[in-house]
Design a protein around this ligand. Structure first.
Ligand SMILES: Nc1nc2c(c(=O)[nH]1)N[C@H]1C(S)=C(S)[C@@H](COP(=O)(O)OP(=O)(O)OC[C@H]3O[C@@H](n4cnc5c(N)ncnc54)[C@H](O)[C@@H]3O)O[C@H]1N2
Ligand code: MOO
Length: 410
């Protein structure tokens, strides 16, 4: 029997091909209100058009003075000031402060011209009508926040690619930015293929197993902020798969298939994708798990199609390592930073294929420990127990116990 072996790309090659093939693919952009922006991905740098604060503000309750007037002042050598006014928090400071003078201010009040510092209330005492004593020296600018010190006109405050968080929403409010340009979440269709698959509510009959991938991939896509248009469970039937993909490429930016990606007699994914797109550019990636991954691009509908391996761990990892990685490149989104940990035991790896080793993270007094999860490629439990994975390069023999590794969080 002549079985054609998969011609594998490295992960880097597969990513580069996908990026090159999808040059004309552009994520759509829309505006959302500040209150709705949480979790969206910023599509254009947000530049401050106002100074924050817009005027000099006191950071304490006290007296605005000329700092030089306080030099040398202390408990046994107080300085004397003539109080010439008071600025309430909502008032504009219309007066100026001259040498020997003090204007009373509140936390957040505008600091009058001429004043170069604010002396805190607790270091002062009423002396006589209209006069105070100061028991402390203050330096230039002490207790004053300058115009634009927090955010200045022209500062880039939210960068393209950033996932907007609550603090960013606060910054937008501070700058009077009512809405922001963000990427429209890509629309995804997820198709599980397999005659052996039963849907979640169906009774399990002999030789059936439950469909995990369409649920897990849907949840992962949603976690990434994507919109899941539909989730389908399709038999190992070429025509059925073709119909499902063909209908989905018309209204989805991304179509994920799972199962049927290798070379078995019922593995139709590649054939169907060839027929529909004429543009399958990867079949096989030198990575474990995840080798039988297929990548295609439908140029007409601008749809990225990934045929993921059936094994759930492999499907999840390849969704992340290829498709989500591509989405991050397109949008500028950064994945969470990896954790550094020490590997708990010697690990051998498959030379010639990069290894993605699922690990559990355990916190110890001296740092994090990454415990490899030993399980067969199709293990479901491994998927649930893994906090993350360690990537071992294809040309590396393995890892020695205690080696420092980066753990990408799952
Ligand atoms: N002779 C060879 N056999 C296999 C090879 C190989 O190189 N030579 N590679 C193995 C690897 S690695 C993987 S991964 C799988 C990939 O196969 P397919 O992508 O064609 O997937 P299936 O054969 O359809 O399924 C594999 C496995 O996963 C189960 N599965 C499929 N879909 C789901 C789902 N939605 N939820 C839960 N489980 C699912 C399926 O029942 C199979 O057990 O091929 C190996 N074989
Ligand atoms: O490479 Mo397979 O994808 O081990 O599960």
């Amino acid at each position: 029997m002549n079985i054609e072996l998969l011609q594998t790309d490295t992960l880097t090659q597969a990513r580069e091909k996908l990026y090159k093939e999808t040059k004309n693919f552009e994520l759509k952009i829309h505006r959302v209100a500040c209150e709705e922006a949480l979790g969206c991905i910023c599509a254009k740098d947000v530049i401050a058009e106002e100074n924050v604060p817009p005027f000099r503000r006191s950071t304490v309750d006290g007296y605005a003075i000329i700092a030089g007037d306080s030099y040398g002042a202390g408990d046994s050598n107080p300085a004397f000031y003539q109080v010439t006014g008071h600025v309430n928090i909502e008032e504009q400071a219309l007066m100026t402060v001259d040498s020997g003078e003090a204007v009373q201010v509140q936390t957040g009040s505008m600091v009058p011209d001429g004043a170069t510092a604010v002396l805190m209330l607790e270091y002062t005492e009423q002396y006589a009508d209209g006069k105070i004593i100061g028991y402390k020296a203050v330096s230039e600018d002490e207790n004053i926040i300058q115009i634009g010190e927090d955010m200045a006109v022209g500062d880039c405050l939210i960068q393209r690619g950033r996932e907007i968080n609550a603090k960013d929403v606060g910054m937008m409010a501070a700058l009077g930015i009512c809405d922001i340009e963000v990427y429209v979440p890509p629309v995804v269709t997820i198709i599980s293929t397999g005659d052996e698959l039963a849907d979640i509510g169906e009774p399990l009959t002999a030789s059936k197993i439950r469909d995990i991938n369409s649920y897990a991939l849907t949840a992962e896509a949603r976690r990434m902020g994507m919109t899941v248009r539909r989730r389908l469970l399709v038999r190992d039937d070429e025509k059925e798969i073709l119909q499902a993909v063909s209908r989905s490429t018309k209204d989805s930016d991304i179509v994920l298939l799972s199962g049927g990606s290798s070379k078995g007699n019922k593995d139709y994914t590649k054939k169907v994708l060839e027929e529909l797109t004429g543009n399958v550019f990867t079949h096989g990636i030198a990575i474990k798990p995840g080798k039988p991954t297929i990548l295609a691009y439908d140029r007409e509908n601008c749809t990225v199609i990934a045929g993921l391996p059936g094994h759930p761990m492999a499907a999840m990892l390849m969704f992340r390592l290829v498709v989500i990685h591509w989405y991050c490149e397109k949008s500028g989104l950064q994945m969470p930073l990896p954790y550094m940990a020490r590997i708990s035991e010697n690990v051998s790896s498959n030379q010639g294929r990069e290894t993605c080793l699922p690990v559990q993270l355990v916190r110890r007094a001296d740092g994090l420990i990454a415990k490899p999860i030993h399980a067969k490629s199709g293990s479901i439990r491994a998927l649930g127990r893994a906090d993350g994975y360690v990537r071992i390069p294809r040309n590396q023999e393995g890892l020695n116990k205690g080696a420092l590794v980066w753990v990408e969080v799952l």
